[in-house]
Design a protein around this ligand. Sequence first.
Ligand SMILES: *Cc1c(COP(=O)(O)O)cnc(C)c1O
Length: 236
Amino acid sequence: MLEERLRRTIQEIEDSCKKAGRKREEVTLIAVSKTWPAETLREAYDLGCREFGENKVQELVQKYDSLPKDIRWHMIGHLQRNKVKDVIDKVDLIHSVDSIRLARTIEQEAAKKDRIIDILVEVNVAQEESKFGISPREALKFVEEIAAFPHIRVRGLMTIAPFVENSEENRQVFADLRKLSVDIAEKSIDNVSMDVLSMGMTNDYPVAVEEGATLVRVGTGIFGGRDYAKNRMTEK
Ligand SMILES: *Cc1c(COP(=O)(O)O)cnc(C)c1O
């Protein structure tokens, strides 16, 4: 049941914070609602969720239109440049910026709307070939380049850790992302804050919290297993 799963997830975050000597307020839970219909999000909303994560532009836009306006929307999936204009005035944070070309498009669309967009740089810490994200070696240079765009504010880093049986196997991945963010923060680049670390999903978020995550992205742990086949009609 949604209520019970949500309660357990929040408890788990609290326990991990305690274990790591962190304050509970340092960690924000994002309910990853991809593939779930708006009614399910509404249920989570009524239970107190205000942060939702989606990985497809069309889905985010549909749900945005049918749900309360005090929700904060997170674009966590790979973003195509031609879709940026559709979400630019709806998202609160784009987690998945991994190319200068994409950043330039975000800059242009944000300028048109006279907005400043918060973004995270997606880093492929584990260097998996199947994953999007820039390599850790290139991260500093990449952040410096994006920092020059006046309508983009770099808030931090995001990673998608490998799928592993034992979440302990990802501890180093999370520690590495944290270290990278500290290293970049030390450069005190204008327009760059590095106070957000988006890492940890259903299988490994407690470890991510212990290693410094400020945003955890939990889907299955809150909503249960996703049925992609049933939701094919909403995909594009
Ligand atoms: C789907 C997704 C999640 C959530 O995955 P779960 O394993 O269901 O918690 C988190 N981050 C990204 C980028 C995703 O695409």
